[in-house]
Design a protein around this ligand. Structure first.
Ligand SMILES: Cc1cc2nc3c(=O)[nH]c(=O)nc-3n(C[C@H](O)[C@H](O)[C@H](O)COP(=O)(O)O)c2cc1C
Length: 163
């Protein structure tokens, strides 16, 4: 799948078949996160790949809208060092990971991290050191649904030269 197709067809997928995802594919997906743009190329991110069932369940339980993480093959816990642009940088890496998952034929969904009361609990579960922010929890697996989402049309959001 080419990049434009992956970008345009990516949707939040919250149901998975239970089939595992190979280590090679996971590493390639994380590599796409690693290569994201960041302010002054500071690359403040760290990626914790969780595949153990008990840990997936514990992460899912800690969230408010992420119960499906328990049934994902993988949860990528995206952390970012507390720099000026930690959130922009961390979100950028997260989006790269979602699109890379799609390009590999996988389904993925972002579960909120930053600003959530459970962020501390997740940091503790994965053993993150002090000074790191939780950006996102990215559930990934072989898709068991093909959801549709209404999107605002291009003509409504695109403004040439002036708003
Ligand atoms: C910052 C952010 C936080 C999100 N948090 C959650 C979440 O906690 N639980 C969830 O099920 N989906 C979450 N999502 C997924 C959105 O609901 C989803 O991306 C949105 O409905 C648009 O659908 P699409 O991804 O299929 O385009 C989050 C997405 C973003 C970008």
């Amino acid at each position: 799948m080419d990049c434009i197709e992956a970008l345009k067809t990516r949707r939040a997928v919250r149901a998975y078949t239970g089939e595992p995802v190979s280590r090679e594919v996971i590493e390639d997906i994380i590599d796409c996160g690693r290569l994201a743009a960041s302010a002054i190329n500071i690359q403040p991110w760290e990626f914790v790949v969780v595949t153990e069932k008990e840990m997936l369940r514990a992460i899912a339980r800690a969230t408010d809208y992420g119960s499906f993480i328990a049934l994902a093959a993988v949860c990528v816990v995206v952390l970012s060092k507390d720099t000026k642009y930690y959130l922009e940088d961390g979100c950028n890496a997260s989006q790269n990971i979602l699109v890379a998952a799609r390009a590999h034929g996988l389904g993925a969904c972002w579960v909120a991290g930053d600003k959530k009361a459970y962020a501390g609990k997740i940091r503790q579960l994965v053993g993150a050191p002090e000074g790191y922010k939780l950006i996102s929890l990215l559930a990934i697996g072989h898709p068991a649904e093909d959801p549709h989402k209404d999107k605002r049309p291009l003509a409504e959001v695109l403004h040439w030269e002036r708003f």
